[in-house]
Design a protein around this ligand. Structure first.
Ligand code: IMP
Length: 172
């Protein structure tokens, strides 16, 4: 399968520098719990968190809505919940990509019931044209077209996660 590069490693890393500066400036010295949505966001969390200070901690949640296909089922299942409580904490959800918005909307609603101090979202990629569920995203890395992309954590049937860039699968 041929790959067409959409965002280079340099573009991704440069944008993460800027996102980290903005996030640091906005939270100041407040403690923040970053919640990484597995599996796709693990490279993004690793690169973003290393640019942030000691007041940023991490936890993980795993959801599924895609299975092995290329389109969302719309049904969001929690496969692994958080280990930590979020009551009275600033929560920053770290997402790889927001497509229909169903996953993010579900997580915002779920975490909202646990009485955090605040909830914000940082998403590396957003396919705004594909959105069917409107949900706010405070920090967006890149707006991309509604095409199926892989790399930098994103997979197709578990493959291509370990590419350092983001690419469209040929034939899309
Ligand atoms: P949503 O619920 O439709 O917004 O989809 C969110 C999830 O679907 C993301 O966290 C990804 O895991 C997956 N996803 C959406 N678009 C893509 C894509 O282009 N490539 C790989 N995974 C994707």
């Amino acid at each position: 399968m041929a790959l067409e590069i959409l965002l280079s490693e340099e573009q991704i890393q440069g944008r993460i520098d800027a996102l980290a500066e903005q996030i640091k400036a906005d939270y100041g010295e407040e403690p923040v719990l970053m919640v990484s949505v597995l599996k796709g966001s693990f490279y993004f969390l690793a690169d973003l968190s290393r640019r942030l200070g000691h007041n940023f901690t991490m936890d993980f949640v795993q959801v599924s809505s895609y299975g092995d296909g290329k389109s969302s089922s719309g049904i969001v299942q929690i496969r692994k919940d958080l280990d930590l409580t979020i009551e009275d904490k600033h929560v920053l959800i770290v997402e790889d990509i927001v497509d229909t918005g169903a996953t993010l909307n579900h997580l915002r609603e779920l975490f909202g019931t646990r009485r955090p101090k605040s909830i914000k979202v940082v998403a590396l990629l957003s396919k705004t044209a594909a959105r069917t569920v409107k949900t706010p995203i405070e920090y967006v890395g890149f707006e991309i077209p509604s095409r199926f992309v892989v790399g930098y954590g994103l997979d197709h049937a578990e493959r291509f996660r370990n590419l350092p860039y983001i690419a469209v699968l040929d034939g899309e």
